[in-house]
Design a binder for this molecule. Structure first.
Ligand code: KMH
Ligand code: ZN
Length: 268
């Protein structure tokens, strides 16, 4: 099996400091946290920017500051979000692409998102995909529901994204695909054979989905964006969540990819 790529999704747009005191918010905090996760074994850091009061922002200058601060510390792959928060406009969401990251997320469909709607109509997908293509940014295709794989394959047919594709299966979010091993097998079997994939289990699904992915040859995303607990009632830190995946992978005989090894696996 390929070495295991661990993505640390360290902030997100939804979790608050009140819910999770360990959540990094400022560019300095996010950069420090990315470095800690790098030292723990993560090769990608998935980034959402926040204003100093904690409000999610898609301001490219905040993303630029975060990216530069991380790059001064280590060579982890910086992967900004084009998802933002559910209330961000398309003009806001696209902004992190203007700082030319190596990778960025690309959600290929609309779904319920907790009690909200995460809107990704065709126009959004094509606009984000075109911008990524023009700038040579590798999309991580965010799949919250099965049909989003077909939407991604249609973008391939239109020449907006190019194989080999890389998918992130986000599983267990209220309103979207449940986190079961049957669903994970179904999603894995639906993507092209040359594609790579990772899984982001939400909440209590994070650990079991990570274990399945390690055994199935996929990759793993963990972090406070998706799950604030280490175990029932015990708050996590991003670093501990990454360390646990490293330990699990070691027990199951899967080596961990460095950022440069991840770059090769993902054809960055
Ligand atoms: N915060 C969600 C509405 C992404 O980063 O691309 C969208 C999200 C996906 O987190
Ligand atoms: Zn995100």
């Amino acid at each position: 099996m390929e070495k295991l790529i661990i993505t640390a999704a360290i902030t997100g747009a939804e979790v608050t400091r009140e819910q999770q005191p360990n959540l990094p918010i400022t560019p300095d905090e996010i950069a420090e946290e990315a470095f800690r996760c790098f030292l723990a074994g993560a090769s990608i850091v998935h980034i959402h920017a926040r204003k100093s009061d904690g409000t999610p922002t898609q301001d490219m200058e905040v993303y630029r500051e975060i990216k530069e601060k991380i790059e001064r510390k280590c060579n982890i792959i910086v992967q900004p979000s084009t998802g933002g928060a559910v209330w961000h406009s398309i003009e806001e969401r696209i902004q992190p692409l203007y700082i030319n990251p190596e990778m960025a997320t690309l959600s290929t469909g609309t779904c319920n998102f907790g009690n909200d709607i995460f809107a990704n109509p065709q126009e959004y997908m094509e606009k984000f995909a075109m911008e990524m293509k023009n700038r040579g940014i590798k999309p991580e295709i965010e799949v919250f529901e099965r049909g989003m794989i077909e939407n991604a394959l249609r973008l391939v047919k239109k020449g907006l994204i190019s194989p080999p594709l890389h998918f992130d299966f986000v599983m267990g979010l209220k309103g979207a695909i449940p986190a079961t091993i049957e669903n994970l097998v179904h999603l894995k079997n639906a993507i092209p054979s040359d594609a790579t994939w990772t899984v982001a289990g939400i909440g209590p699904a994070q650990l079991p989905m990570a274990a399945h992915a390690i055994l199935m040859g996929g990759h793993v995303r963990v972090g406070l964006e998706d799950n604030i607990y280490f175990s029932k009632g015990e708050l996590a830190t991003n670093e501990r969540l990454v360390e646990r995946v490293v330990t699990l992978a070691g027990i199951l005989g899967r080596e961990i990819a460095t950022p440069d090894e991840a770059r090769k696996i993902l054809h960055l």
